[in-house]
Design a protein around this ligand. Structure first.
Ligand code: FAD
Ligand code: NAP
Length: 366
């Protein structure tokens, strides 16, 4: 049996472009769920000796034998990595490439779709490598750059034959005052439909989605770090799968410099309309918004406004946090968490370690 999928999408750029309506048929994969019980976590409360916490963290399987491999809480079964390597890459074709930031945004971000003919089977949360055409200053082929996949596993056209990326054009001024253009990002942003693109991968398991369709999924993105979350959210809200119907809470925090750089805003608003009880959406527009203290609105500043709620969610063993984007965001988010944990007498680094071990704290920043 198969399920039909429908979602119309448009891009929020000054030259807004629409993707074709998405209608497809999916062959479901079987996902098995295993029963979990819990072990208790010991934490300090500031008093001498500490106490045993009521907060439950790490999970062990009920079929306890030590030899039994621990089952991941993420959709890891059958995930393929490194099917294509730099020595035997896949040559895809650019089908669509469109700027998705406004003309007055600081920097350009493009959404692009490549054909794969189903030969690059990837999962939501994985990345692909791209080897830009041309040679480097030593006359050697360019090295690959990694890009998070921005489409769900069935692709933007719903036929499992494409892969999409969300790429920021890197342009900066060096110490000598020269304008330097990043090799691969400029190659990609300048790609014209019909052009070939050299692809490796797919790679990565850190950012795979949780199996539990009732999970709380907190997604923290800066700029193009939105890519894996667009892929999660399409699967959750724009598609129908026999083996997966999201009925938990997806909460997206997206940090960008200006409202003209808000990526995929219209898509996310459409999701919100479709599933108001299952999707929360919060933007942090750093160069236009401030908090009540007049501080710049970074993603962690926005999160701080929901601090108590987020902390309560983090105490549940089916809450999964994913962070993607600028490296700098990680420290800011840790600081918020540290202060919240402290109020409960918990040391954040220890708590985070437990979350990571359970696959509930997932970070891919660069
Ligand atoms: C797992 C992963 C996923 C990623 N996903 C994405 C994604 O989805 N979208 C995306 O756009 N990018 C993503 N990136 C980043 C991407 O891989 C490239 O690094 C990025 O596109 C720049 O590559 P480039 O070839 O254009 O620049 P390069 O030609 O490689 O130049 C980059 C180099 O320029 C220098 N540089 C950069 N900025 C400055 C500056 N301001 N001042 C001085 N020097 C500077 C640094 O030395 C830097 O290493 C991801 C990275 C990783 C590791
Ligand atoms: N899987 C991955 O590892 C992955 C995937 C995708 C992208 N990336 C990386 O993510 C980065 C995204 O950059 P971008 O150019 O697309 O983003 P961008 O459009 O410049 O937006 C980044 C936002 O984050 C803010 N910011 C700056 N410093 C911050 C900090 N310390 N804490 C929180 N927020 C901060 C910026 O504010 P101001 O500019 O106003 O200061 C801006 O609002 C790139 O470096 C890219 O390589 C990594």
């Amino acid at each position: 049996m198969a399920a039909a999928v429908t979602a119309a999408v448009s891009f929020p750029s000054s030259k807004s472009t629409s993707l074709p309506t998405r209608i497809s048929v999916i062959s479901p994969e079987r996902i098995t769920f295993k029963k979990f019980n819990t072990v208790h976590y010991r934490y300090r409360d500031g008093s001498a000796g500490g106490r045993v916490g009521s907060i439950v963290r790490a999970q062990v399987t009920t079929e306890a034998p030590a030899k039994v491999e621990k089952e991941s809480k993420k959709m890891e079964e059958g995930v393929i990595v490194n099917k294509f390597k730099p020595k035997n890459p896949y040559i895809g074709r650019c089908l669509l490439n469109t700027k998705i930031t406004g003309d007055d945004a600081p920097g350009e971000t493009w959404h692009m779709v490549f054909s794969t003919e189903g030969e690059v089977p990837y999962r939501e949360g994985q990345s692909i490598g791209v080897i830009p055409d041309g040679i480097d200053k030593n006359g050697k082929p360019h090295k690959l750059r990694l890009y998070s996949i921005a489409s769900s596993a069935i692709g933007d056209f719903g036929d499992s034959k494409t892969v999409s990326l969300c790429v920021k054009r890197l342009v900066y001024t060096n110490d000598k005052g020269e304008v330097v253009k990043g090799v691969c990002s400029n190659f990609l942003c300048d790609l014209k439909p019909g052009a070939d693109v050299t692809i490796t991968g797919p790679v990565g398991k850190e950012m795979l989605m949780p199996k539990d369709p009732n999970a709380t999924v907190v997604m923290l993105a800066t700029g193009t770090g939105i890519a894996p979350f667009r892929s999660f959210l399409w699967k959750m809200f724009f598609e129908k799968h026999e083996d997966y119907k999201f009925n938990g809470l997806a909460w997206l925090f997206l940090g960008v410099p200006t409202s003209s750089s808000l990526l995929y805003k219209e898509e996310f608003e459409k999701m919100k309309e479709k599933a108001p009880d299952n999707f929360r959406l919060d933007f942090a527009v750093s160069r236009e918004q401030t908090n009540e203290k007049g501080e710049k609105m970074y993603i962690q500043t926005r999160m701080a406004q929901y601090a108590e709620e987020l902390w309560e969610l983090l105490k549940k063993d089916n809450t999964f946090v994913y962070m993607c984007g600028l490296k700098g965001m990680e420290q800011g988010i840790d600081e918020i968490m540290e202060s919240l944990a402290e109020r409960d007498g918990i040391t954040w680094v220890d708590y985070k370690r437990q979350l990571k071990k359970a696959g509930q704290w997932n970070v891919e920043v660069y």
